[in-house]
Write a protein that binds this ligand. Structure first.
Ligand SMILES: Nc1ncnc2c1ncn2[C@@H]1O[C@H](COP(=O)(O)OP(=O)(O)OP(=O)(O)O)[C@@H](O)[C@H]1O
Ligand SMILES: Nc1nc2c(ncn2[C@@H]2O[C@H](COP(=O)(O)O)[C@@H](O)[C@H]2O)c(=O)[nH]1
Length: 211
């Protein structure tokens, strides 16, 4: 009889990107709360902490000198300049985790997405979140009340450039109603987990099945 215990799957790198304020952090937090099989890849950043953010949970907040040191030591999977700061994905235990079936969630921009995809196409799933309109994007950034008007203006200025990278993603989802958007993102994650290429032990299982 075929043994289902030989069936396992590789983990995946689930990337959520969007222009700032479209809601990827909100969707990420909903996903992490609802799904025990996915873990956040905590980025390092040189930007200052926002109210409510916790070092080591939302980001590793590091100085410029520390970020330089991490680059020199080849500690990053990818890193990029975003707005006036630097952000990077520490290598940590990602590769070993993927092999063990652990999924990782990445809240990173299009530059980081391209770098991860170039390094590891088979494990990467790229999802781009769009706002329903630029007016609504501005309203969300203002309502979030975490940034000065100057910072909000610079994020709005960059939004068009970021949106222009929409076609570098596998999925594009509009975040109008947050629960609907979350439902769609969750469906994508579930379907991607089932992909044949991610199932290990399938060849042996099918062979035994046919014996
Ligand atoms: N569908 C939605 N409808 C209304 N408000 C929303 C929706 N989704 C998110 N928001 C709100 O919009 C604001 C921006 O969302 P969030 O911080 O998740 O964006 P972000 O894309 O992660 O931005 P950043 O890249 O700057 O971190 C938050 O105050 C959030 O509560
Ligand atoms: N390339 C990377 N981009 C990252 C990383 N961590 C976050 N980000 C992106 O930066 C902007 C701004 O984030 P905020 O928290 O300051 O609003 C946003 O687009 C993030 O997705 C990373 O490690 N690498």
């Amino acid at each position: 009889m075929a043994d289902q215990d030989t069936l396992h799957r590789r983990g995946l790198m689930f990337i959520l990107s969007s222009p700032s304020g479209a809601g990827k952090t909100t969707i990420s937090r909903m996903l992490l709360e609802a799904d025990e099989e996915i873990r956040l890849s905590v980025s390092a950043t040189t930007r200052p902490k926002r109210p409510g953010e916790i070092d080591g949970v939302h980001y590793h907040f590091v100085s410029d000198a520390e970020f330089d040191r991490m680059i020199e030591q080849d500690d990053f999977y990818e890193w990029a300049h975003v707005f006036d700061h630097r952000y990077g994905t520490p290598k940590g235990h990602i590769r070993a985790g993927l092999k063990d079936g652990q999924d990782f969630l990445f809240d990173i921009d299009w530059q980081g997405t391209q770098q991860l995809y170039q390094k590891d196409q088979q494990d990467v799933v790229r999802v781009f979140i769009l706002p329903p309109s630029l007016d609504e994007l501005h309203r969300r950034l203002t309502a979030r009340a975490t940034d000065s008007n100057d910072v909000i203006d610079s994020r709005m200025e960059r939004a068009r450039a970021e949106i222009s990278h929409w076609d570098g993603y596998d999925y594009v989802v509009v975040n109008d109603d947050v629960n609907v958007c979350f439902g769609k993102v969750r469906e994508i994650l579930h379907a991607e987990r089932m992909k044949r290429a991610r199932q290990t032990g399938l060849i042996g299982f099918v062979r035994k099945l046919m014996d």
